[in-house]
Design a binder for this molecule. Structure first.
Ligand SMILES: [Zn+2]
Ligand SMILES: [Zn+2]
Length: 460
């Protein structure tokens, strides 16, 4: 269904009635939607990119890219809502890809992430934002191993061991259990390969022996942290790659970085108020790699792209002009290996023992009321993460996407169509097949289901 065909339109109107006819027009409008520059770039050059860099020609990358390109396109599957009262409004919602690589779904994932973090953070405890960097000379080994989760997983383990080590040293408690939320970033602001870890860290932990909360009092543990991070990172890589060249490089780095590797510990505490936390996390932890707005120009013939980014050091907006294949490379290098978990909750924030940890933290800081609040919040957040697309739009955009523009009533689900299976639900067909007494009722309530629910039901 690519171009508008008046004959098809008339046929549809005659056979199925004006509802279907209008729907056909609507679908035309949606399918001819102007694809944004990001999609355009991938449509034009993804094939050439794979030819030049065959390592990316795998099922995983192909599926991520093709799903993101057709995300929300009704041609891939959709749900249709219709106003059964006045018949004048209709909404077609294409299935989304739900991958972080997709600019649209990435933004929704980021919002879900903030809600999740908000629920996980304990009341009455100070949190700091720690960034662990990796020296330039070692970024290459991560780049070489970017198609597999192995080395990335080891990096998380090394960072967790480093935190435990530093906290024991700072507090003098050998059985201290802190908590943290870690997120890996493989690129810097410029979207170039620059790996680092962002960590939201409790500034203290529960002493395994006394069960008391022990706070980290030292406000400037930088020197110790820098040195210990160097030790843990180098040991991890030594263990991963025991080649002669690597040993040589590691020894060289050990001598060169006398003061340890660079870390950033934000002097301010991580804010906990909903809006502040959202702004903070969005700025540091879950910003999208590049937004379409930041692409300034795309010259298809010259194969050139210009985009802007906020420079971390100068705090100014910088521009960068690169060829299209480099641009695609910078974007796809951010796709993590299949099944890889980018956000990790560790220690007191470990997902396996959330309830148990909450009890521990609350009794350690001796305020039972806080437990109640946290559990309630956790429930709310769980609900927020499971919100349907409609609830999400109502919450964030303060409007009901299913409200009829003409009469203001709620529209109802009338059709579900899936590319591989075709039409799997049609309200009008059902109505035609229904016994005459039901057919007389002008509007039968159809339960409105969220898109993920419909998908789940269909898969099941
Ligand atoms: Zn998507
Ligand atoms: Zn209406």
């Amino acid at each position: 269904m690519k171009r508008f065909c008046p004959v098809s339109f008339l046929k549809i109107c005659l056979v199925h009635g004006p509802f279907q006819g209008r729907y056909y027009l609507l679908l035309m409008k949606v399918s001819e939607r102007k694809s944004n520059t990001f999609i355009e770039i991938f449509e034009d050059y993804w094939g050439s990119f794979k030819e030049k860099y065959p390592a990316y020609n795998t099922d995983h990358y192909n599926s991520v890219v093709s799903k993101a390109l057709s995300c929300g396109d009704p041609k891939e599957g959709y749900i249709r809502y219709h106003c059964m009262y006045c018949g004048k409004d209709e909404k077609v919602i294409g299935f989304t890809c739900k991958h972080a690589f997709c600019l649209r779904c990435g933004a929704i994932k980021a919002m879900d992430f903030v809600e999740e973090v908000k629920a996980k953070m304990y009341d009455g405890i100070k949190y700091k934002h720690l960034t662990l960097t990796i020296p330039e000379q070692l970024r290459q080994i991560f780049y070489k191993n970017r198609h597999s989760s192995k080395l990335f997983n080891r990096l998380y383990s090394a960072a967790w061991a480093f935190i435990n080590d530093v906290f024991k040293e700072l507090t003098g408690h050998s059985k201290l259990k802190p908590g943290c939320i870690m997120v890996i970033h493989v690129t810097g602001r410029k979207s170039n390969w620059n790996m680092h870890l962002h960590i939201i860290l409790t500034m203290g932990g529960i002493d395994g022996i006394s069960g008391k909360w022990i706070e980290v009092k030292n406000q400037k543990p930088y020197a110790l942290m820098r040195f210990r991070w160097k030790k843990h990172l180098l040991n991890m890589i030594k263990d991963f790659d025991s080649s002669v060249q690597m040993s040589f490089l590691l020894r060289k780095l050990w001598r060169k970085y006398n003061n340890g590797f660079i870390i950033h510990l934000d002097r301010r505490n991580v804010p906990k108020g909903a809006n502040n936390l959202m702004a903070y996390l969005a700025k540091y932890l879950f910003r999208p790699s590049i937004s379409v707005k930041r692409i300034l120009s795309y010259d298809k013939d010259k194969m050139e792209i210009e985009y802007e980014y906020a420079d971390h050091e100068t705090q100014k907006i910088q521009k960068e002009k690169i060829d299209v294949l480099t641009f695609i490379g910078r974007m796809v290098q951010q796709v993590m290996p299949k099944g890889f978990k980018r956000v990790r909750y560790l220690g007191l924030h470990g997902t396996a023992s959330v309830k148990k940890c909450k009890m521990l933290v609350v009794s350690a800081i001796r305020n039972p009321e806080r437990l109640e609040m946290n559990l309630q919040e956790a429930m709310l957040v769980k609900r927020a993460c499971n919100l349907s697309f409609r609830e999400k739009i109502m919450k964030w955009k303060k409007r009901d996407p299913l409200k009829c523009k003409e009469c203001g009533r709620e529209m109802e689900l009338v059709e579900v169509w899936i590319k591989e299976k075709g039409k799997v639900f049609d309200y009008f067909d059902e109505l035609r097949r229904a016994p005459p007494e039901i057919q007389l009722i002008p509007s039968r309530k159809v339960k409105v289901e969220s898109e993920p629910m419909v998908q789940q039901r269909l898969i099941a």
